[in-house]
Design a protein around this ligand. Sequence first.
Ligand code: ATP
Ligand code: MG
Length: 264
Amino acid sequence: MDKAQGSKEWSVRSLIPENHPRKESLIIREKIVEGLEEGYVVPQGLIAHGRGECFDYLIGEKTQQFAIDAIKASVATLLLAKHPVISVNGNMAALVPKEIVELAKEVNAKIEVNLFYRTVEREKAIEKVLREAGAEEVLGVGEDASATIPELFSERRRVSPRGILIADVVLLALEDGDRTEALTRMGKKVIAIDLNPLSRTARMASITIVDNVIRAFPILIKYARAMKSYSRDTLEEIVKKYDNKTVLTTSLRFIAQRLSEISL
Ligand code: ATP
Ligand code: MG
């Protein structure tokens, strides 16, 4: 995929003027559209992406301190976990395939495909993207998703008995609120990457990283590499000190303040 993705990116780059102020954002859009054309992103994924772009504008399209605080707590939680799992959907596979694989390696997490609009073809297409990005094992594809999450009635209730079913920590992004709630009710710690601090997912998660997955994943990897050598006591202290409500409130205050400064 490296080559294919590289050449696609190159061709898109050649279409967008070098000095275009929204160049990065346009390239990211192209990646999602490419996923749609290849059949693993659904049209609804484009709408979800648009909603994310709006909130990215509001936080200044930069990783803010409230996201860094959540990233540190996330890495500590992942490193302390017995069975951490990264839950992957179409948009994530389109935007950060290599980073998913790299983070999974750093924190010893399983990778599981879980889709709102589930078909075996889509699952297999996402598995292919992840394997081409270096994944050795991808759970949740076809028959492997043989267990169910209680209380959920969509196809997302189907999970792998070796993955999300037994996970103590699940990292997810672009997720719907009711699934986040179901996972939390099962006693799992949920780490959500969500640009919208008002979404149900952002509010239900144990840790919410209010940032774009494009920026958050490389930073998660960087901190995972640095924090791997920390003692369990130190990691536990970081988790204990973390308060998700404060982080969500801080992100909203940041947006409010930023808007009032801009509108002066
Ligand atoms: P909820 O059900 O949790 O209230 P929702 O119905 O708004 O959320 P979706 O429309 O499925 O959820 O959108 C998924 C979420 O992902 C949105 O909150 C959106 O802001 C966020 N999002 C979209 N793109 C990205 C991205 N690249 N990085 C991080 N978050 C994103
Ligand atoms: Mg929703």
